[in-house]
Design a protein around this ligand. Structure first.
Ligand SMILES: Nc1ncnc2c1ncn2[C@@H]1O[C@H](COP(=O)(O)OP(=O)(O)OP(=O)(O)O)[C@@H](O)[C@H]1O
Ligand SMILES: [Mg+2]
Length: 300
């Protein structure tokens, strides 16, 4: 079971006192990798029995994890962090209930969900920094706080939400940004499948043009580069409109590597259409078009 599945399953059973303990652990994790039991008792303002009762419930639900040495302490699991974010989105009346997973991967879990009006939304849980953060600290001299999965995942969600808020008003074809809390974003739900999943793409030339037109608006009007563009991050809807997803790595036009990243994005797309559909478009021509140097794009 993925951690989002755990969270979605147990969320409704959680009581206010459980959230209090989760909140205290979250807050104290900026100081302690494992939060001492006494700290939890103190800040939750519970007696020892209540604290132990709550901790045992949360352990059983797999929302937290414990350690016995050098002292008894507890830390959030991803599922515990998921519950805190879900709770905030439910309270903000953004989210009402979960449907099925839309995509479960290494760096995110995306769920189909409903808002209180019964409209479908997509909820993306970011998962970052799970591997060997101690090593990263040693190598890069980061502080514990900045390499922690809690921080990294929240940062990814914040960045993705920021990007959507910059490009969506410029009419770039992206999901509508709705809300963000911690490592989770809520956005418009899209019916469609990744370009890479389509066995055959109808009207490939038209679709390639549409993608390049979107890269052009993103760059020229929003001043942004996606920086992780490929056939896996473009959804093709049943009506053959495209949507560009997965924006946490975006950079602004004035980023030192902007041109390199833009070139890589465009190259990835051209390579895909060449391999799969034999469409040949010169890189220079595509780059002139997306950067606004050329007004139109003509396929030879
Ligand atoms: N707004 C959305 N509406 C519908 N489906 C979506 C939406 N956003 C994402 N998905 C689905 O979830 C999948 C993963 O989303 P995304 O590319 O944003 O995450 P990722 O970080 O690449 O995750 P992974 O580690 O799984 O590759 C997408 O391929 C798509 O199938
Ligand atoms: Mg992706």
């Amino acid at each position: 079971m993925s951690s989002a599945e755990v969270a979605v399953k147990v969320f409704r059973d959680l009581e206010n006192e459980d959230f209090r303990v989760l909140n205290v652990i979250e807050a104290a994790m900026s100081k302690h990798e494992f939060v001492p039991k006494e700290v939890i008792t103190k800040y939750a303002k519970f007696n020892i029995e209540e604290t132990e009762f709550r901790i045992n419930r949360l352990l059983k639900m797999r929302l937290i994890r414990g350690r016995r040495t050098p002292y008894v302490g507890y830390t959030l699991n991803y599922a515990g962090y998921d519950c805190l974010a879900i709770n905030a989105l439910v309270k903000a009346e953004v989210l009402e209930s979960f449907g099925k997973p839309l995509g479960v991967g290494k760096e995110s879990d995306v769920y189909d969900a409903l808002n209180p009006k019964g409209e479908r939304i997509a909820v993306k849980f970011h998962r970052l920094g799970r591997i060997s953060f101690r090593q990263t600290i040693r190598k890069r001299g980061y502080t514990l706080r900045h390499t922690h999965w809690l921080y990294q995942s929240r940062l990814a969600a914040e960045k993705e939400f920021q990007a959507l808020n910059i490009v969506y008003p410029k009419r770039v074809a992206v999901p509508k940004p709705i809300s963000q809390n911690r490592h989770v974003i809520a956005m418009g739900m899209i019916e469609g499948a990744e370009l890479a999943e389509w066995k055959e793409i109808p009207k490939p030339q038209k679709i390639l043009k549409e993608i390049l037109r979107n890269i052009r608006i993103t760059y020229c009007k929003a001043g942004v580069i996606h920086a992780d563009l490929s056939e896996y991050n473009i959804l093709l809807k049943p009506n053959l409109k495209v949507l560009i997803i997965d924006w946490p790595q975006y950079v602004k036009k004035d980023h030192p590597n902007a041109q390199q990243l833009l070139t890589r994005d465009v190259k990835n797309i051209l390579k895909f259409f060449k391999r799969k559909h034999g469409l040949k478009v010169k890189l220079k021509e595509a780059l002139d078009y997306v950067t606004g140097k050329a007004r139109t794009l003509s396929f030879q």
